[in-house]
Design a binder for this molecule. Structure first.
Ligand code: FES
Ligand code: MG
Length: 579
């Protein structure tokens, strides 16, 4: 691209590199040590490449290689790329949960973007928390930003079948606990599940967030589904590099893309994908960054006419390789047609409908038609309320057992996950399949970070009896790759003094999903009496550092678990210069 003098002067980076005297000397001179010629600093758009690469985040391990292709595109278009790292967090390793670090990553990115001479940014993310964190941080600074997720892994393999990240882990470990398979089979599955670079290839949180972000217009068409190992992803990265330079010239910022229409598209797409319950939390947080009204109830009311049309695990049969081969997000969007706001604006500079005008579905087993869905309309996420969850709780109906959608049962209550896991293995535990398992203090403040443990493993005696599902209730999240009749995100959480803190073993709980009701058959007076003298659990390690900040400031799940002081946008302006 050609930069005119007028455009160059308006570039944010020129506040640094265009300065004269000592200030400009300092900003330019030290950067010359990177081998950059002087004209690099004289009016070319400066583009950051934010990378959540880390050898501790296996799902993002290829992002440095991908960044090289982004750089080629940026140079080619006349921009100047600077790749930089941020905090990263991978689901498989980070304790107590990667979710504890999502807001830290977002804050890290926000501060780095604002503090540096960047005109635009390409966001390289992939693993569950990195994608929402990057969207949140970029939204709060609101400079031109283009997301490029790293793509899913190739399908897992096990004895002639395809196995899916996460989903098959739960299945294999339950089969093992029930004694139906041995350690050798488990070891084989473990070795064959993660066959390449990339994020989980089920429609878990990573694939859900990548696909939803593409539908919301924050990634280029075709970005979400293409496997990480596919060489076309390198081409996509190159094109993304070219596009971000144009976006700077067009001043195409996240606030122009992340509108109410985009969020409605994201919410509805997630239902049609059979996507993750974690998307609820991430979109609620992101909406609050950009000031778009979005409420928990939207995830229920906006999806009642949306069928699940993508047949991917955990709700269905296939994996991301099949989704891509069937046409990916483009085929998906064109199948949904007017069920989405096709006029929503995107990072291409065109609308969603224009982006995918020529998209076709190549395999109707994987991307179904609206009249042959995987799950009918109304089987998406439901938001339940009642005296047990005054501000709401969610259930993923598509992953739950139809016969448990209305259920009344005895509560068995545990104060901690560890206590539950210990008892669950005890064959003498007093439990029947009709009981309701309740685990508390696993919410955002209580754990802390709201781990993905809501899909509690069933008690061993229940599994051995051949029962595969029970109602489970908690203030936790669950992995996007998991399944079961699991009521999650109970708000307020127990550690915040919600009624969940006062349930006792033996109480009767009524679950009525069709009527969106979650009722504890205990009187208000009795609950008030039980609350007398109550105090929240003290989380070990929460007296200093990030955990202290997090526990003191995290908002509840119905608002997206952001920190209260990070909600909203602060923009790209920086304070006075020290030199
Ligand atoms: Fe990283 Fe699933 S563990 S995407
Ligand atoms: Mg996860």
């Amino acid at each position: 691209m050609t930069i005119t003098n007028g455009e160059a002067a308006s570039l944010r980076s020129q506040q640094w590199f265009g300065a004269e005297g000592k200030t400009g000397f300092m900003h330019r001179s030290w950067m010359r040590s990177e081998g950059l010629p002087d004209d690099t600093f004289r009016g070319r758009p400066v583009i950051g490449i934010a990378s959540s690469w880390s050898e501790l985040t296996s799902c993002n391990i290829h992002l440095r290689a991908l960044a090289e292709h982004v750089k080629r595109g940026i140079w080619q278009a006349g921009g100047v790329p600077f790749e930089f790292p941020t905090t990263s967090a991978g689901e498989p390793l980070v304790r107590p949960t990667a979710m504890l670090l999502r807001n830290l990553i977002a804050m890290d990115l926000e501060e780095t973007l604002r503090a540096n001479p960047l005109d635009g940014v390409v966001l390289l993310a992939g693993c569950d928390k990195t994608t929402p964190a990057y969207l949140m941080g970029a939204a709060s600074v609101d400079i031109p930003a283009l997301l490029l997720t790293g793509g899913p892994m190739l399908n897992g393999r096990y004895r002639g079948t395809d196995i899916g990240s996460g989903t098959s882990v739960w299945r294999f470990t339950e089969e093992y606990r029930a004694g139906r398979i041995g350690a050798e089979e488990v070891a084989e599955a473990e070795a064959g599940m993660s066959r390449s670079q990339g994020h989980c290839m089920t429609m878990g949180t990573a694939s859900s967030m990548a696909s939803v972000a593409e539908v919301m217009g924050m990634q280029l068409p075709g970005s979400a589904a293409l496997p990480a190992a596919d060489s076309r992803r390198a081409t996509l990265a190159h094109v993304a590099g070219r596009r971000i330079v144009e976006m700077v010239a067009e001043d195409l910022r996240p606030s122009k893309v992340l509108t109410r229409e985009a969020f409605e598209n994201g919410v509805r797409a997630n239902a049609a994908l059979g996507g993750s319950t974690n998307v609820v939390i991430h979109l609620l947080a992101l909406a609050r960054r950009v000031g778009v009204p979005l409420e928990l109830d939207d995830f229920d009311t906006l999806v009642r006419d949306i069928p699940t049309i993508v047949d991917l695990m955990p709700s269905g049969r296939f994996l991301m390789e099949e989704f891509e081969r069937a046409g990916g997000v483009g085929a998906f969007v064109s199948t949904l047609g007017p069920l989405l706001h096709e006029s929503a604006f995107t990072v291409t500079g065109s609308t969603l409908g224009e982006n995918y005008a020529d998209a076709q579905a190549w395999d109707r087993e994987v991307i179904r038609t609206l009249d042959n869905p995987v799950k009918p309309a109304g089987s998406g996420i439901a938001v339940l309320r009642g005296n047990l969850a005054p501000r709401g709780a969610v259930i993923k109906q598509a992953a739950a057992a139809p016969e448990l959608m209305t259920h009344r049962g005895r509560a068995l209550v545990w104060d901690s996950l560890q206590d539950y896991l210990r008892d669950a293995d005890d064959l003498s535990l007093d439990v029947t399949p009709d009981d309701i398992l309740v685990v508390r203090n696993v919410g955002p403040r209580g754990y802390p970070g709201m781990p993905e443990v809501g899909n509690l493993p069933l008690p061993r005696s229940i599994l051995q009896a051949g029962v595969t599902d029970m109602v489970r209730i908690s203030d936790a999240r669950m992995s996007g790759t998991s399944y079961g009749t699991v009521i999650l995100h109970v708000v307020p959480e127990a550690a915040a003094g919600g009624p969940l803190a006062f349930v006792r073993t033996g109480d009767i709980i009524e679950v009525d999903v069709p009527n969106r009701r979650l009722h504890l058959e205990v009187s208000d007076e009795e609950l008030a009496a039980r609350a007398v003298g109550w105090s929240p659990v003290v989380v070990p390690g929460s007296d200093r550092g990030w955990t202290k900040l997090y526990v003191e400031h995290v908002v509840q799940a119905d608002e997206g678990c952001d920190l209260d002081f990070l909600q909203g946008a602060s923009g790209a302006a920086v304070g006075p210069q020290a030199f």
